[in-house]
Design a protein around this ligand. Sequence first.
Ligand SMILES: Nc1ncnc2c1ncn2[C@@H]1O[C@H](COP(=O)(O)OP(=O)(O)O)[C@@H](O)[C@H]1O
Ligand SMILES: [Mg+2]
Length: 244
Amino acid sequence: MRVLELDNVVGGYGDTQILHGVSMHVDAGEIVVIIGPNGAGKSTAMKAVFGLLKLTDGSVLLDGEAITNTPPEKVVRHGVCYVPQTGNIFPSLTVEENLEMGAYVRVDDFKPRLKEIYEMFPPLLEKRQQAAGTLSGGQRQMVAMGKALMLEPKILLLDEPTAGLSPKFRGEIFETVKKINRAGTPILMVEQNAKQALGIANRGYVLVDGKNRFEGTGKELLNDPEVAEMFLGGGKQSHKTGKA
Ligand SMILES: Nc1ncnc2c1ncn2[C@@H]1O[C@H](COP(=O)(O)OP(=O)(O)O)[C@@H](O)[C@H]1O
Ligand SMILES: [Mg+2]
């Protein structure tokens, strides 16, 4: 079953068009990864789903229904949760307060869900009364994901969840992503650590200059010589300078 679909999406910021007809989809049960060079429009594609961008053409469908240009607060209520790359937690609030904030649009009792989130992220239970900003990078990312999952979303959008993390924490986050997915949530994820991300993905898309460039299963993309040379950079995290 198709959970999310971007069909020929065109849009950008102000008069600057960034997405020139991007198409992608996520089916039930899938982890789908978006890779591509810096500035390709990966984050912009996610923002397009979340209503943070004005789309001038194309459509975004959730469970087959159009949510094109729906504002973020409504997209959330439709069951899409988005964890941006930065500014995704409230650092001065405790871990538990962050998770409670994630439940703000719930009208029912969220306590059972809070318990499930702590079961999924045991370190967060231990640190639940600590200010979230004092946690390690990997654990802050867990808070951000846990906060999003409080709403039991139909789909979770993650923008570079391993950015800036050491290899050890990176591995933990990829394991966490798999765990979230196994528990039933489809995931659309942007990643710079392309090899590792494609390794856990059902499918992937390579975006370049606001357009689809390659797509396939994680395995197909990893084994495609052209993709490997251009985007998997022989073991390097990114073929752009400096940024891991
Ligand atoms: N808020 C914004 N206003 C104007 N231009 C933006 C904004 N955010 C991103 N851009 C531009 O859009 C292009 C795509 O950016 P982005 O989607 O963040 O790329 P990626 O996530 O693939 O690195 C870049 O040229 C970037 O400078
Ligand atoms: Mg980005």
